[in-house]
Design a protein around this ligand. Sequence first.
Ligand code: XIL
Length: 323
Amino acid sequence: SLRRLAKKHHPHLDIGTAVSPIPLFADDAYARLLAREFSMVTPENVMKFQFIHPQPDRYAFAEADAIVEFAEVNRMAVHGHTLAWKEALPRWVTQPSHSDERLRQILAEHIAAVVGRYKGRVRSWDVVNEPFEPFGAALRSGSPWYRAMGEGYIAFALRQAHRADPEARLYINDYALEHPGPKSDAMYALAKSLLARGVPLHGIGFQMHEDMTEDYQPVAASVFRDNVQRFIDLGLEVRISEMDVNLHEDDSEERLQDQAEYFRAMLELARDEPAFTAFSMWGFTDRYSSLQEWWDADGFGNGLIFDADYRPKPAYFSLRKAL
Ligand code: XIL
């Protein structure tokens, strides 16, 4: 299996996937495949603010607890997702009447409670998710955290997470960073300045939600390698955190081969560079893929390595070969 091969030949690298409680606890075939192939899980939604902290005085830990327990029983690591994000916030947080001071306190208490609960059990966290606008160098200014604290919310969140679990590895995670350009330059500048100020930042997550269609080709492996190298040179860990390769409706043999080649190229890169701690995908079966509900409501997506009947696709075999 992928996890066994990685453990044997590339012990620096976890092979991960996003997971949700509904398939995990309702579908045995899903759970078996997950435990067989993967050494790390990222809860897809259940640790997000609105789900884990739905009311000011109420946390809802049950589903996150169940995933963490599943991981422990199956000797898998858990990557926590996510603490400070502009999405998945409950109304009680986004309502406009909070003072800046109150918002700061809400974030501080939230991080202390969630990270504290899983201290020693969640190995690493996406402390800050998607701090940048979709394209370009600007930080997202629309989130309550930014409005209350400006750019300072990022250091604040990292320090707070570090206090709650000094052993946890702390990441900033974002998309479209694999391409060189203003967004990835801005992430680099941010990381460098946080490190220079002694802020506890340990790594950068590259989501790598990719599309592969007639008129769009994802970043070439050599371009990504050069772009990621400068983060590694800062002393940071890096991870591929949410990879999928959206084929939209086209599941022709040719497209499936292209997809397989692309997954393989990215895994080889992570395999050969010890600063990569994880190669993680945003799900593993097209049966339950966020591509259907999220980016591509009209199309099937076909973005993952097992098909909707749990049959391995060419991408699965090419990942196995790369390990
Ligand atoms: C997505 C989930 O997959 C969906 O189920 C949910 O409806 C919306 O969020 N980047 C992230 C993830 O960091 O949290 C997002 O997950 C996908 C994009």
